[in-house]
Design a protein around this ligand. Structure first.
Ligand code: HAM
Length: 420
């Protein structure tokens, strides 16, 4: 072990488990790539103001959890706590929205940083795959995203997740509701911190997990009763489209997200095997975010799914991903001449697109065959001086256990055929 350890709240992705993370990223992004979403990558840090304005100064994410710092040059930056503000910033900067091709549909995958209290499923460095559909107010887009996330989880074999759906209203109806809720909250017996929250972000109080608070919230005005006709109609259309796709969801009028930019549709994917950190993904519509960061009006919708928690969910359900062995052929050379020849064959196999590996480090037959086993390769290619003198190698089928001599010159073709 070295003197250093991974920082608190972080962990390393290490073989063989790391391959699961790759598979999850692949599975989540596949439906997006198949639905017109283009890949975008933005820096790991941004001007701190982007998140303060976009995600919201009063949110926990910005006020407590952000890794903000000043550079030697005096720039105020922050490690990105989420992807939406960055992606919208980048789309605006590249004028993607001006080319008459709205909505701009983008997907991304990367690392995010939040200075949270670490626990199972909650880390200071975590990874998300996300999607944003920028510049169109169309309930079919909201529905598309929810359906694609459902498809992604199902393709991984996950079953015990639920989709919670809500509408947070828009700039017409939400302020009216906010005030009604505030009036109600002012009449309750709450601690100072919660009273403060009620003044800054009253909707967040509805999300309070404490039993005594929840008891007092019985009879609180509900947003559903305050939605304007446009928001109601929009939400009904989203619900109808998801239902028609056969995707089950639950209406959750208490669903409040931890970021301030949401309007109308909000949703969360929760997994029942994860304990307190049950949200494996979440998202919603953010019709006002572009203007909040100095852009034009660009109604948009998106989600981000947590890769770490998705892996935990797979483990909780006991799902074994069907991951093919990384190596198809493992070469074992006995003697210097055989080393040279087989090393050349491994290069040839690789250039032919066959996953091949080689026994390095001058091991004897026994140790080398152990490596071949561990690699998961379907075939081992073994050769010593005598094989080479006859112009052959021994091709061992690791599943069947049988071994056949193959002419050196035919090896690549034979392996290709037998793998197909
Ligand atoms: P979020 O709900 O903050 O939304 O994060 C999305 C997902 O990232 C969560 O459901 C969770 O799986 C994962 N996640 C968040 N924090 C942590 C953590 N500390 N440790 C492990 N996993 C975590 C957003 O980030 C929005 N940008 C989603 C969005 C996109 N909304 C519209 N477009």
């Amino acid at each position: 072990m070295s003197t250093f350890k991974a920082p608190k709240g972080t962990y390393d992705l290490i073989p063989p488990v790391s391959v699961k993370y790759l598979a999850v990223r692949e599975a989540i992004s596949a439906p997006l790539r198949n639905s017109g979403y283009g890949y975008i990558e933005t820096p790991g840090f941004e001007d701190v103001g982007l998140f303060a304005r976009g995600v919201g100064e009063s949110t926990d994410i910005v006020s407590k959890e952000m890794y903000a710092f000043e550079t030697k040059g005096g720039d105020q930056l922050a490690l990105r706590p989420e992807g939406t503000a960055s992606v919208l910033r980048a789309a605006l900067e590249a004028s993607l929205h001006k080319q008459g091709n709205l909505p701009v549909k983008l997907w991304y995958s990367g690392s995010y940083y939040r200075y949270e209290r670490p626990q199972k499923g909650r880390y200071r460095h975590f990874s998300q795959v996300g999607a944003e559909a920028i510049g169109a107010e169309d309930p079919a887009l909201d529905a598309e995203l929810i359906i694609l996330a459902d498809q992604a989880y199902r393709s991984l074999g996950l079953r015990n997740f639920r989709i919670l759906l809500n509408s947070l209203g828009d700039k017409e109806c939400r302020p009216v509701y906010r005030e009604a809720l505030q009036n109600f909250l002012r009449g309750l017996d709450l601690d100072a911190e919660t009273i403060r929250r009620a003044e800054i972000n009253p909707l967040r109080v509805l999300d309070d997990k404490r039993v005594d608070v929840q008891k007092q919230l019985v009879g609180a005005p509900m947003l559903r009763d305050y939605l304007c006709d446009a928001c109601k109609a929009y939400h009904e259309e989203v619900r109808a489209l998801i239902t028609a796709a056969g995707v089950a969801f639950e209406d959750d009028e208490k669903l409040v997200r931890g970021l301030d930019y949401y309007t109308r549709t909000t949703f969360e994917f929760v997994h029942d095997g994860l304990g307190s950190q049950s949200a494996v993904g979440g998202g919603g519509r953010y019709d006002g975010l572009s203007e909040m960061i100095g852009g034009p009006a660009l109604p948009s919708v998106g989600w981000a799914l947590g890769v770490d928690r998705t892996v935990l969910a797979l483990e909780a359900e006991g799902v074994e991903l069907d991951i093919p062995a990384a190596t198809s052929v493992f070469a074992v050379a006995l003697g210097d001449e055989a080393r040279r020849v087989l090393f050349g064959k491994v290069t040839e196999l690789r250039r032919a697109g066959i996953a091949a590996d080689f026994s390095y480090g001058g091991k004897g037959l026994k140790g080398a065959m152990k490596d071949a086993n561990r690699s998961g390769a379907r075939f081992a290619v073994v050769a010593g001086e005598r094989d080479l003198a006859e112009g052959v190698v021994q091709l061992k089928d690791m599943e069947a256990g049988e071994q056949t001599p193959v002419a050196l010159a035919d090896l690549v073709e034979v392996v290709k055929t037998r793998l197909a």
